[in-house]
Design a protein around this ligand. Structure first.
Ligand SMILES: Nc1ncnc2c1ncn2[C@@H]1O[C@H](COP(=O)(O)OP(=O)(O)OP(=O)(O)O)[C@@H](O)[C@H]1O
Ligand SMILES: [Mg+2]
Length: 341
């Protein structure tokens, strides 16, 4: 395109100059012969110049069409891609709200030939805060991605409210699980619109409530324009931690039966992180909340902690129970204490 553009422009430039020279040459010759006036020649030359730029623009149209065609081709090939996962024949949609009782029964999963999960058994209960800990790359995010069928399990099954997730309608199950990841995405709009996602029916009190739970109120209310401050492209005018708080508030407002926080508080300081989890724990209305974090100090209050090691759940229990067991979790806590000292 660049070569075509450069050659096209050069040819058109030379043609325009040649046209000017010809007009002036022939016009001058006519003036000498006395059949034409200088004013007439100048006027003709001026009008002919006005023709050059539209001709130049027409030459660009082809290039524009070509690039739009390539973009459209990419977009359509993306939109027409078939997902490996589909609802198929299963389209169960329960009448009421799901209670958020999740059970993993002997779940195994591999990415290609690499096994990432082996016989994982765990349970997330409604109105309980479940924490998942483990070293980096042990499969914590994979466990959670299987919950909303980004991939399907290889062996075993995942049930929500006693029914295999593959039996539910795919869109329904994805709407029932809200995920907040480490990397949040905010649109270039106000804090308010990023939380409500443009829904005009959000009651003011509910909005304030979620902002308080996610500690958004702490910084937003001190800003000059409050909740109507623009966040910039992908939240560039706010800090990473502030973006994460907005994403958590947005997820809480959506109020799905299962809320997953996959290192969603990683950019926050330890105190704010603990405070958010404390608030969430106090406001668990009809929801199961699962938090993955590397900071053990913030999940002491979790109702149950699962420790993932060597592709499977190696321990589970409350903080106190796990400390008494003196296993993997105990070692992790002790190592953290050593590091902090
Ligand atoms: N899409 C993928 N394709 C192939 N391998 C993957 C894919 N996603 C993750 N993995 C591999 O699976 C393993 C588990 O990844 P996962 O993201 O679940 O770990 P994690 O416990 O969440 O780690 P972290 O604490 O760093 O977030 C890793 O070894 C990773 O390399
Ligand atoms: Mg992860």
């Amino acid at each position: 395109m660049a070569v075509t553009n450069a050659v096209g422009r050069s040819i058109l430039g030379i043609a325009a100059t040649a046209m000017s020279i010809s007009i002036l040459g022939y016009g001058g010759y006519k003036i000498i012969l006395g059949g034409f006036t200088v004013g007439g020649l100048m006027a003709f030359h001026m009008y002919s110049q006005g023709l050059i730029s539209p001709v130049m623009r027409i030459s660009n149209v082809n290039i524009m069409f070509q690039s739009v065609y390539v973009s459209m081709d990419r977009i359509y090939s993306f939109l027409s891609r078939q997902s490996g996962i589909s609802s198929g024949e299963s389209c169960f949609i329960p009448e009421g709200r799901l209670s958020g009782n999740v059970r993993y029964g002997g779940v195994s999963f591999s990415y290609g030939d690499v096994q990432v999960l082996r016989n994982v058994n765990m349970e997330f209960l409604p109105e309980k805060l479940t924490a998942i800990v483990g070293e980096s790359g042990t499969g914590k995010s994979t466990i959670l991605n299987l919950l909303y069928r980004l991939w399907d399990v290889e062996e075993g099954c995942i049930e929500i409210d006693g029914r295999d997730i593959r039996k539910y309608d795919l869109d329904y199950i994805r709407n029932a699980v809200t995920v907040v990841r480490q990397n949040t995405y905010l649109v270039d709009d106000t804090i308010y619109n990023n939380i409500t996602l443009g829904n005009p029916d959000v009651p003011e009190q509910r909005f304030r409530e979620v902002c308080h739970i996610a500690c958004v109120d702490e910084f937003a209310e001190n800003l000059e324009e409050g909740y109507h401050t623009r966040v910039g492209e992908n939240g560039s005018r706010l800090s990473g931690g502030q973006n994460q708080r907005i994403a958590i508030a947005r997820a809480l407002l959506y109020d799905a039966p299962v809320l997953v926080l996959d290192e969603a508080t990683s950019a926050l300081d330890q105190i704010t992180e603990s405070r958010i989890l404390c608030h969430i724990k106090r406001n668990l209305h009809h929801k199961a909340v699962v938090a993955v974090t590397h900071r053990i100090s913030t999940i002491r209050n979790a109702d149950i902690i699962y420790v993932i090691n060597d592709h499977t759940v190696c321990e589970s229990g409350t903080h106190e129970e796990l400390m008494e067991t003196r296993g993997k979790y105990y070692c992790m806590v002790m190592r953290k204490i050593d590091e902090e000292e």
